[in-house]
Design a protein around this ligand. Structure first.
Ligand code: ZN
Length: 258
């Protein structure tokens, strides 16, 4: 059994075949899914979608959504309320993204929104799914400055350095590994997967984004997660069943799938 710990199956790219994509994944051995809903307008749809068998959700406000407006208090209240649902396993994805804009205003909005959502996760005793782009050191400094440790959660689609990976693991976090691992140029990521504690890795697709090498140029989907599992197996020089067992155990330790 494999668990896809990060999907966006509610994306419009799945509008024509959403349930056949899920069925195909199911037949490939992907038995549970964590659907990440990270803009305020989509939370109600995600709650409804979580009625689907083996479909779990995470709710949060993605840093992308802070470019124009700061969220209102009522949005945080709504998140706190909806995230109490049993099928909501995490708050996410939340975090920092300084790729397109490094203005002080945007940075401060993102930090404020991240801290508020970390607080909600803490109150609900749920893990977080962290998104971080061009901001790993900033995020590490914020955790240190605000004494946020230990921290239960995952840094999804990790793409930092080995040093940053080790620092994030020190907070108690897991690393989410996706299709990028299969790209030849991702030498640092391959080295990280080789060196760090295997009990701190979870796999994800982030579908429809970031397909593995074999499917570049097409829409990513949960069944393609097997490519990432194969690559981890190759790097760690072991067997697929062994890696699958560890990755599933890790996902179950981090999130309360049932
Ligand atoms: Zn995502």
């Amino acid at each position: 059994m494999i668990i896809d710990t990060h999907t966006h199956l509610l994306d419009t790219k799945f509008d024509n075949d959403r349930f056949s994509v899920i069925e195909k994944a199911y037949l490939t051995g992907i038995k549970k899914f964590l659907e990440v809903s990270c803009d305020i307008e989509s939370w109600d749809t995600a709650i409804h979608f979580s009625d689907t068998k083996n479909m779990f959700i995470a709710l949060g406000i993605h840093p992308y959504n802070l470019i124009k407006n700061k969220p209102e208090k009522k949005s945080y209240d709504k998140l706190h309320f909806l995230a109490r649902a049993k099928k909501c396993l995490a708050i996410g994805e939340i975090g920092l993204d300084f790729h397109y804009n490094r203005s002080n205003e945007i940075i401060n909005n993102q930090i404020e929104c991240l801290l508020k959502q970390l607080n909600i996760a803490h109150k609900l005793n749920k893990p977080v799914i962290l998104h971080c782009r061009d901001a790993y050191d900033d995020m590490i400094n914020i955790f240190r400055k605000n004494k946020i440790a230990p921290l239960k959660g995952v840094v999804h689609c990790f793409s930092g350095t080995l040093k940053q990976a080790l620092e994030l693991l020190d907070f108690g976090l897991y690393l989410g590994i996706g299709g990028k691992l299969t790209y030849r140029k991702e030498k640092i990521l391959k080295q990280i997967v080789y060196k760090i504690d295997i009990n701190k890795l979870v796999v994800e697709t982030d579908c429809p984004y970031l397909p593995p090498k074999k499917y570049v140029g097409t829409r990513n989907e949960p069944s393609y997660i097997t490519e990432t599992v194969k690559e981890i197996t190759r790097i760690r020089k072991t067997t697929i069943t062994h890696i699958e067992d560890i990755l599933t155990k890790n996902a179950l330790n981090l999130f309360k799938f049932y």
